[in-house]
Design a protein around this ligand. Structure first.
Ligand SMILES: Cc1ncc(COP(=O)(O)O)c(C=O)c1O
Length: 399
């Protein structure tokens, strides 16, 4: 790990493995150890004073500013995102979204959010930002460059989420970001589904790329974490606000997240392949209406996905062509290999009933069938398909 300057010339799989593993942090081992520390002991008062004036990451200051365990993970995420200068880590994906927005917005401002936003992002805007005098308006995820017509003098930020994590519309991010840039509006992207591996966000015009690291970065369903990565222009503000809000992740969690990260390349590729196998199988089932998977024709924004993305991950939804809440529950309950639970991005498969119509305000949700969201894990897809086939048998028996 001697020549860190060379890292940017490497291919993504290499960067995922080598990122952030500076010699001064790893010393004689492969992984930067867990530095559990609140207090850092200085050699002298002069040394302490020097620390105050110079508290950039990569130098000990105080536990809230992290240690090599957290700095190494943050640096790895920065190295994976072309155009980025830094990454802040947060104790959850929602904390990353909330703190990144607070770094940019002030009373009197307005933020536009895609109508496909993750529900807690909407809730944060409506229930927390609004009482602070920051208004939130929602827009059609498929709006593209027409977003220009919605921008006013008050609009200071736009939240994108592509694809939406329930409904999977792929947004025209370059078109939206170009309009935003012209008007000096900051763009945030919830890039949890693709990660920088499948969608290098800053290269496509995004200012601040956010992931719920809880999902694919950690990859093992055992840690909550969020990350926001940005370029030169917003880095100082993002970092300062996170520090003012006391955001810090534990070194133990950072260690686990970094351990997960090192296998991201192989995991994502397997999630991609298995999810495509299952999605194609579902598409031909008589019980299934539409399959909402960005890599399948018919998914809103599929052509944009083909143009902009380098791959697809393991999360998608499908519509049951008949039946109601009860038969959907019977289908999900009959699955044995799919857990029923929130979150996704771990090694295991999950199934969830989802009702996007409940959250929409700017667009109508037109699909009439009950929707099921699947996360396809790392089990053999043949077994997952057999499990789904059995659950369809049960579903047909209760219709
Ligand atoms: C798309 C998306 N963004 C953000 C989050 C929030 O992440 P966390 O659960 O780590 O707060 C989630 C969690 O499910 C999500 O699905």
């Amino acid at each position: 790990m001697a020549n860190r300057e060379d890292q940017s010339s490497h291919k993504p799989a290499t960067q995922i493995v080598t990122g952030g593993r500076r010699k001064e942090w790893t010393e004689a081992v492969v992984n930067p150890p867990v530095w559990r520390a609140s207090t850092h002991l200085y050699d002298s008062v002069a040394d302490l004073r020097a620390g105050i004036g110079n508290n950039e990451d990569g130098r000990f200051f105080y536990g809230r500013r992290g240690s090599p365990t957290q700095w190494s993970l943050a640096e790895a995420l920065t190295e994976m995102e072309p155009g980025a200068v830094g990454t802040m880590l947060y104790p959850s994906g929602v904390a990353a979204i909330a703190c990144a927005m607070l770094a940019i917005l002030k009373p009197g401002d307005e933020i536009l959010l895609t109508d496909s936003s993750y529900d807690p992002s909407r809730n944060y805007a409506d229930a927390f930002l609004k009482p602070m005098g920051i208004t939130a308006r929602y827009y059609d995820p498929l709006i593209g460059a027409d977003i220009g017509a919605l921008l006013t003098d008050k609009t200071k930020a736009i939240l994108l989420e592509s694809p939406g994590s329930l409904t999977f519309e792929v947004q025209d991010i370059p078109a939206i970001c170009a309009m935003a840039k012209e008007a000096r509006i900051v763009t945030f992207l919830d890039n949890t589904w693709a990660t920088s591996r499948f969608f290098p966000a800053l290269e496509h015009g995004v200012d601040i790329s956010i992931v719920a690291a809880t999902k694919y970065i950690v990859g093992h369903s055992d840690v909550m974490m969020g990350a926001a990565t940005t370029h030169e222009r917003y880095w100082t503000r993002l970092r300062r606000t996170a520090q003012q809000l006391g955001q810090v992740v534990s070194p133990d969690d950072a260690y686990l997240a970094a351990r997960g990260l090192r296998t991201l390349e192989v995991r994502l590729k397997q999630h991609e392949q298995s999810a495509l196998t299952v999605a194609h199988w579902l598409k031909d089932r008589p019980e299934v209406g539409q399959v909402l998977h960005p890599a399948l024709a018919g998914c809103p924004g599929h052509d944009i996905w083909k143009r902009d993305f380098k791959g697809s991950s393991g999360l998608f939804s499908f519509e049951l062509s008949q039946g109601d809440e009860k038969s959907r529950a019977a289908f999900i309950d009959a699955l044995t290999l799919f857990g029923i639970g929130y979150s996704w991005g771990g090694f295991e498969s999950l199934a969830l009933p989802v009702d996007p119509g409940k959250y929409r305000t700017a667009t109508d949700w037109m699909m009439t069938g009950a929707l099921v969201r699947l996360h396809i894990g790392l089990e053999d897809p043949d077994d997952l398909i057999a499990d789904l086939a059995k659950a369809f048998e049960h579903y047909n028996s209760v219709l």
